[in-house]
Design a protein around this ligand. Structure first.
Ligand SMILES: Nc1nc2c(ncn2[C@@H]2O[C@H](COP(=O)(O)OP(=O)(O)OP(=O)(O)O)[C@@H](O)[C@H]2O)c(=O)[nH]1
Length: 318
């Protein structure tokens, strides 16, 4: 077994940090290492935390980590900011958070941003989670800024998704309806020490009652209130997260969810390989010629795609 992989599996933090860097930089050897790590991962409960900028996620995650540490969990945190070009260091409220937990060997924090990631930020995030999982971190928290398409994709890597909404963010709730509502397992009204928290909680509850396509009938999406400032509601949130995981397991929904994710992961890896092969096969000027020919209506995209498939040795449609 590769030495780095071996050290990581023994819980060596430096080996884990090195692996995460290899993943982030999309180094070719990362896939070989991850292939081995996959066989040793799978124990971690992966928890996603999302919400609009300023909803109080970073502060909440810090409180959650404190609580999880009190319960003696070894916690991994991946903070993802799809809008930030910076990476590998301190984004979000991470600098402070990293300081708080820097002397704790049972907390591992890593920030990720949009730089690079040909295979997509969600893919890199999943690989980083896989490495943390193999190193024995459980649970692993993924925090993302915002509620856009990139965040929804990242959240699909999680098994339990917590969506945070601050009091009075009524417009947000409308925006949430679009993508996030489908992936939320738990709603949290954060900053509940502020006025309007009850109103926001009531609005969310109403929205949930209107939504008949609940993801899993065995689980009723709760609307909880937390205050990081007053340290309220955090143990209750952790309890709800554990309960959700237990119900996912019992009902068989976890297996279903994991299989869906695996299927899409494998499909993406194949697509990525085809795109790479295509880039290797076609020089830039040939691409340009094709694009112009199609624009001039001298050729059509379907036959171009067919020709390229033949050149790549992929099976043709009959
Ligand atoms: N009153 C009150 N303020 C809070 C609470 N939690 C966070 N805040 C404040 O809300 C602001 C945003 O908090 P963050 O934790 O940085 O929020 P975030 O969602 O991570 O923000 P982004 O990093 O911009 O996405 C900060 O000024 C916090 O001090 C809370 O429980 N009560």
């Amino acid at each position: 077994m590769n030495n780095l992989v071996e050290r990581l599996l023994q819980g060596d933090r430096r080996a884990l940090a090195r692996m995460v860097t290899l993943i982030e930089n999309e180094m070719p050897q990362a896939h070989d290492y991850l292939a081995e790590l996959h066989l040793h991962a799978g124990d971690a409960h992966i928890i996603g935390i999302t919400g609009s900028p300023g909803a109080g996620k970073s502060t909440l995650v810090t409180r959650m980590v404190r609580e999880l540490r009190q319960q003696d969990y070894k916690v991994g945190i991946v903070a993802v900011d799809p809008t930030s070009p910076f990476s590998g260091g301190a984004i979000l409220g991470d600098r402070i958070r990293m300081m708080e937990f820097s002397s704790d060997p049972n907390v591992f924090i890593r920030s990720m941003a949009s730089r690079g990631h040909l295979g997509g930020l969600a893919t890199s995030t999943r690989d980083v989670v896989r490495a943390m999982d193999a190193a024995g971190y459980n649970p692993i928290l993924i925090e993302t800024v915002g509620t856009g398409q990139a965040e929804v994709e990242i959240m699909r890597t999680a098994q339990t998704v917590v969506v945070t909404v601050a009091p009075g963010m009524g417009d947000d709730i409308q925006a949430i309806k679009a993508g996030i509502l489908e992936i939320a397992d738990i709603f949290v009204v954060s900053k509940a020490d502020k006025p309007g928290a009850d109103q926001t909680a009531a609005e969310l509850t109403m929205l949930l009652n209107l939504d008949s396509n609940r993801r899993q009938a065995a689980w009723r999406i709760p609307v909880l209130k937390t205050s990081s400032l007053k340290e309220q509601g955090i143990p209750e949130l952790i309890t709800a997260i554990h309960k959700h995981f237990a119900i996912l397991k019992e009902s068989g929904a976890l297996d279903e969810r994991m299989q869906r994710q695996t299927r899409s992961e494998i499909q993406n890896l194949v697509i990525q390989a085809v795109v790479t092969a295509l880039q290797r096969e076609l020089a830039a000027d040939e691409w340009q010629n094709i694009l112009e020919e199609v624009a001039r209506r001298e050729r059509d995209p379907y036959s171009v795609a067919n020709d390229l498939r033949t050149r790549l040795g992929l099976l043709n449609k009959d």
